[in-house]
Ligand binder design. Sequence first.
Ligand SMILES: C[S@@+](CC[C@H](N)C(=O)[O-])C[C@H]1O[C@@H](n2cnc3c(N)ncnc32)[C@H](O)[C@@H]1O
Length: 462
Amino acid sequence: MAKTTPPVKLNETVTLTIDRIRQNGMGLAWANDAKTYPVYIANTMLGEVVDVQIIQVDKLSAYGALKNVLKANPERIDAKRDYLLEAGTAPLVNWAYPAQKKWKQSLVKDNFAAAGLTVQVAEAVTMDEQVPSYYRNKTVVPVKWQGGQLQSGFYQRGTHQLVPMMDYFVNDRRLDEVIVVVRNLLEKLAISAYDPDTGQGAIRYIMVRRGYYSKELMVVLVSNEPTLPKQEEVVRAIVSELPDLTSLILNKAPKKDYVQLSADNETLYGKDQIEDTLLDKRFLIGPNSFYQVNPVMTEKLYQTAADLAKLKSTDLVVDAYAGIGTIGMSVADRVKQVIGVEVVPGAVADAQKNLALNGITNATYILKDAPEQFVEWQEAGVHPDVVFVDPPRRGLTPELIEKTASMEPDRVVYVSCNPVTAARDCALFKKVGYEIAGPIVPVDQFPQTAHIETVTVLKKKG
Ligand SMILES: C[S@@+](CC[C@H](N)C(=O)[O-])C[C@H]1O[C@@H](n2cnc3c(N)ncnc32)[C@H](O)[C@@H]1O
């Protein structure tokens, strides 16, 4: 192959036009007339003409930092929160919310088109606020001693330098307050924090989770060491400074890897879980359990999924990738039986407690890898009417899709947090006899970010 020289040089400033917005919310501009060499630029919008300083040059593409907007998209705003762009936590913060909503709708359509599927996509279901913010019920924040102070914030990309941050804009405000209170107490008691350079020190992260309706508060100290220095003093101080504390947990995570929490928890104060409500059902939530982060939108998401499923009182329903059983339990009253599967032991334990808490007797949750469980169900002759799937970002496996089709459910309701894998998997469902019924509904669980949740209904053909 002929050796080509990139059309841009490191540190030079160039004027570019944003041609499209990528999946992660970054603008793409072409650096050459042939449109073969893209430059990716954060904090840009479609059609904008921008001055960009080139900050990374690779063989096939480059990254640029926005210096100046020469021609702005009419929906650009100045949220005066550019630190969020650096943190990467709210990449769309300078987009007026209607522009975020419109882009997410088109993103879903484009992803399905790329997978060979022409689909209708409804307008995104959104929060009621004009500027949706302060919605997250959980945050995990790294801490580090720097310049004689214990800082909490985010790691600057590619470095071990922690940038202090107090207002995350997307967290429930009480979460941000609690992080600061706990961090200050740990600082006062001179508790060591994990240093990624040396691999030494105790506290790695502070995690806070709060019930939206219950206001119950869980603080998790994620530690590199099995006990904390001055543990009793730490507990006493946190308990006395946080009157709303329901649960204080030590999570022992001695590994030097990217997994934030281990499965090893010790309750230092209060309960092992907090409780919250979704669609009038009560849920116990442990430190390791997946629980949707935007409670207002979660209710809208589940409502949308249940409505589109057109449930009947005779239906046998599968709740796959169930977490603590929230989807299945929110529809259990309307159907004959729910059978669920989830791979995280703590989540299944919570699901079982949640069944009892809500007096639900027509649902069961199994601890297993979902594809494996689908094989077992299929071999046992199980014939569900409706299958809900809500997998992580990587989506479903071809085997699970094949086994689903073999069980011949009338409807599959695919709840997804990644339109790329949802589109890929729906194309596979099409090959095994299912078609997309009605428009795909995007649900904006993650305003100010590039993420979007979707609900797609697949119906058995013929
Ligand atoms: C996006 S969450 C959805 C959870 C739940 N449906 C909800 O709405 O809260 C995906 C869930 O799939 C679980 N999971 C991941 N891989 C799995 C697998 N191979 N088999 C079963 N569950 C899995 C995760 O632990 C997580 O609870």
